[in-house]
Design a protein around this ligand. Structure first.
Ligand SMILES: [Zn+2]
Length: 311
C-alpha cells in the first residue's frame, strides 16, 4: 500500500505531466466501488476542467480544477453526453444548491473551482499514456486530455476511491506531519492512553503516517511502540517529531529520483525503499547495538523495535 512518501512522489510526478492540461471527456467503468461520488458528478466536474495543480493531502492525491467556461460546460452537459451519462439530474441539483448556471453572475471565480480526489487504496495506479496504449484490465476511469494523452485510473483490488469536491473544499482529516511544528505535534498526543504506535497511525491525528514509517520513526526517537502516549516526555516528543519528518523526507527524496517509473503507461510499482532499520527485521541484529529486533502486534499491526535502544 502506498504510504505518504509514495503518494507525495506520485503527486509530484503527475503534477509535472498534467498541470495546465484540460480534461476533454471522461469515461467511467461499471464497477461501483471505486466511485465515492456519483459517476455523473465526477464526469460533470472533470469535463472541460483545466488541471491547475496536483498535490498530496494526507494519502490523497488532489487535482485542483478550474472550469474554463461555465456557460459552455453547462450547455455541453445538458441531456446525455457521448458516454450515455444523463447529466440533467446533476444540473438540477446544482441549481438547487445555488451553483452558478447560465445567465448567473460568472464573476465569482471561486464557483469555477473544484477538486478531483484520488485515494489509491492498496493497488490503485494513475497512468499518463498515449490513447493507443492498451487499456489494462481493472481500468476504472479514463480522462481524455486536450494534449492528446489519457490519464487512467487502474485498480485491481478496488480499494482505491475517486471523488469530487464542488467548491475546492476537500479537507483530509488530521494534520500534515511535514507541516506541523513541535508544539502542535506534542499537543496531538497529550494525555492519550493509547500506545504511541497506535496514536501515530491514527489518521485523525496525523495524516498519512503508515506502519513502516511509524516503526522507523519510533526507532530513531528511541521510543518503544507500546509506550502509552501520555507517559512520553516533551523532549522525547521533540525527538519523535524530528524523526517522523526526517524519515518521511528521506523517503520522498529517494522516491523523487525515480518519479517517472510510477506514472508511465507500463510503469511497475518500483518504489525505491528507505533502508529499514527495524521494520521487517525481526530477529536480525539492531544496526546500532546488535540486539535482535523484536516484533509485537499492536492493534492488529506488526510493530518492530530494538528492546535496548528503545525505552
Ligand atoms: Zn539497538
Amino acid at each position: 500500500m502506498p504510504e505518504l512518501p509514495e503518494v507525495e512522489t506520485i503527486a509530484r510526478g503527475l503534477a509535472k505531466r498534467v498541470v495546465g492540461d484540460t480534461v476533454e471527456s471522461v469515461w467511467l467503468g461499471q464497477k461501483k466501488e471505486p466511485l465515492k461520488s456519483p459517476a455523473k458528478d465526477i464526469a460533470v466536474t472533470l469535463e472541460h476542467s483545466r488541471i491547475a495543480a496536483v498535490r498530496r493531502m494526507g494519502k490523497h492525491i488532489v487535482f485542483d480544477l478550474e472550469k474554463k467556461d461555465v456557460a459552455r460546460t453547462l450547455v455541453a452537459a445538458k441531456g446525455r453526453d457521448r458516454h450515455g451519462l444523463d447529466h440533467s439530474h446533476f444540473l438540477q441539483r446544482r441549481r438547487e444548491v445555488g451553483h452558478p448556471t447560465v445567465g448567473v453572475d460568472r464573476s465569482a471565480t471561486t464557483a469555477n473551482k473544484a477538486q478531483w480526489i484520488v485515494h489509491l487504496g492498496m493497488t490503485g495506479r494513475l497512468q499518463v499514456c498515449a490513447p493507443e496504449a492498451e487499456i489494462e484490465k481493472h481500468t476504472h476511469a479514463i480522462l481524455k486530455l486536450a494534449s492528446g494523452r489519457e490519464l487512467r485510473f487502474v485498480d485491481p483490488r478496488r480499494f482505491g476511491r475517486l471523488s469530487v469536491a464542488a467548491a475546492a473544499d476537500f479537507d483530509a482529516a488530521g494534520i500534515e506531519p511535514l507541516e506541523t511544528d513541535v508544539d502542535r505535534f506534542v499537543e496531538l498526543f497529550r494525555g492519550r492512553k493509547t500506545p504511541i504506535k497506535s496514536a501515530l497511525l491514527n489518521q485523525k491525528l496525523l495524516r498519512g503516517v503508515g506502519n513502516i514509517y511509524a516503526d522507523e520513526s519510533l526507532f530513531r526517537a528511541g521510543i518503544r511502540p507500546r509506550r502509552r502516549a501520555a507517559t512520553i516526555k516533551r523532549e522525547q516528543f521533540v525527538k519523535l517529531h524530528s524523526a517522523v519528518k526526517e524519515v518521511l523526507r528521506e523517503a520522498i527524496a529517494l522516491g523523487g529520483s525515480s518519479i517517472s517509473d510510477y506514472v508511465d503507461a507500463d510503469g511497475e510499482e518500483g518504489f525505491f525503499q528507505l533502508q529499514h532499520r527495524v521494520y521487517g527485521r525481526e530477529g536480525e541484529p539492531c544496526l546500532v547495538c546488535k540486539t535482535p529486533i523484536k516484533r509485537v502486534v499492536i492493534a492488529g499491526r506488526s510493530s518492530h523495535y530494538c528492546p535496548k535502544c528503545q525505552k
